[in-house]
Design a protein around this ligand. Structure first.
Ligand SMILES: *[C@@H]1O[C@H](CO)[C@@H](O)[C@H](O)[C@H]1NC(C)=O
Ligand SMILES: [Ca+2]
Length: 319
């Protein structure tokens, strides 16, 4: 009897939690939400939700409207949040990021909205009382990401994410993903964080070997990268003028981190401004200009994004 209780409990938990532990499951939505307290521009909010595998939430039905209202109410977002509704594709044509036209959005306008003040209001925010207003897309707001549950949702793999591109490496105990679409170093950093990890940090010769092998599996399929044979990892030069201050993104010197094998004649700041860290296909380190779009490696501990608290399932009506 006791055993059955445990099994049933586990089934329910797995069902409810198999997206990400930083998201909360809402029964009424059959989906997950995450409030981002840190205000940002609409573009950045949309991109971060996308990178997390979700969408920028909009009140596309009454359940979402009520849930968003509750999340805003529980937060410090006293001015409200961005919704996913904007007219970025064509001025005056407002759609949610899922393509729902604003006429079908389940929210009322706040008094004297929309007013398109100064002809600069192209994004829709939700106020704490659930009404909406057009606002400036570049004026930072908090936002909510939403992930709809679907019958064919993948369950997390051994890397603790539904993203199958993360592969567990037994030699190091970490998971890695090679991003073959080039991004500047800061965008690569953002992408890895949104995926629950960080730009890869090399802590041993073995780990350098692991990345080298992954890189070799991608000989000619790298896109949007000016330099396909160099890939960003997690170290950079702190204080651009001081001579030797290369640190990992977790604050260690390369020597402390456990790997400091530079490609011959690097770092050389060959094109001035090479303050970001990368590796060649050889697995050896290189200095690179931070704004160059190049491929990159993310690293993720298998336990990040795994739920270890008792219950993250929330009932909207349960208070
Ligand atoms: C919602 O909030 C706005 C802004 O504070 C206010 O102007 C409006 O009257 C409120 N609407 C309702 C229905 O409470
Ligand atoms: Ca307005």
């Amino acid at each position: 009897m006791y055993r059955w209780v445990i099994i049933l409990h586990c089934v329910a938990v797995i069902h409810a939690r198999h997206f990400r532990s930083d998201y909360t499951y809402y029964h009424e939505l059959n989906g997950w939400m995450k409030l981002h307290q840190m205000p940002t521009t609409w573009d950045d909010a949309r991109q971060r939700c996308t990178l997390e595998g979700s969408v920028l939430a909009s009140p596309v039905n009454n359940e979402l409207l009520q849930a968003m209202k509750i999340v805003i109410g529980q937060s410090r977002a006293k001015r409200g949040v961005f919704t996913g509704v904007s007219d970025i594709f064509s001025p005056g044509d407002f759609f949610s990021v899922e393509g729902i036209p604003i006429g079908k959005i389940s929210a009322d306008w706040a008094p004297s909205e929309p007013d398109n003040k100064k002809n600069e209001e192209h994004c829709i925010a939700m106020l704490p009382n659930g009404t909406i207003a057009d606002v400036n897309c570049n004026e930072p707001y908090p936002y909510i990401c939403f992930k709809q549950n679907t019958p064919n949702m993948p369950t997390p793999y051994h890397c603790g994410t539904v993203d199958p591109e993360y592969k567990l490496e037994s030699r190091t105990g970490s998971c890695y993903k090679f991003h073959r679409i080039g991004r500047p170093w800061p965008g690569a950093f953002k992408t890895c964080v949104a995926e629950g990890g960080h730009l890869a940090i090399i802590n041993s010769d073995t780990e350098a070997q692991v990345l080298k092998e992954m890189y070799a599996k991608n000989p000619d399929n790298i896109v949007k990268a000016k330099y396909p044979h160099v890939a960003s990892i997690g170290f950079n030069k702190w204080g651009e003028t001081s001579s030797y201050s290369w640190l990992t993104i977790h604050g260690q010197t390369l020597q402390e981190a456990g790997y400091e094998v530079w490609e011959p004649n690097t770092p050389n700041n060959a094109t001035p401004g090479e303050y970001c860290g990368s590796i060649y296909r050889s697995g050896k380190l290189n200095d690179m200009r931070c704004h160059e779009a190049i491929p990159f490696f993310c690293e993720k501990l298998p336990g990040s994004l795994i739920e270890n608290e008792q219950d993250s399932v929330t009932d909207i009506n349960s208070n």
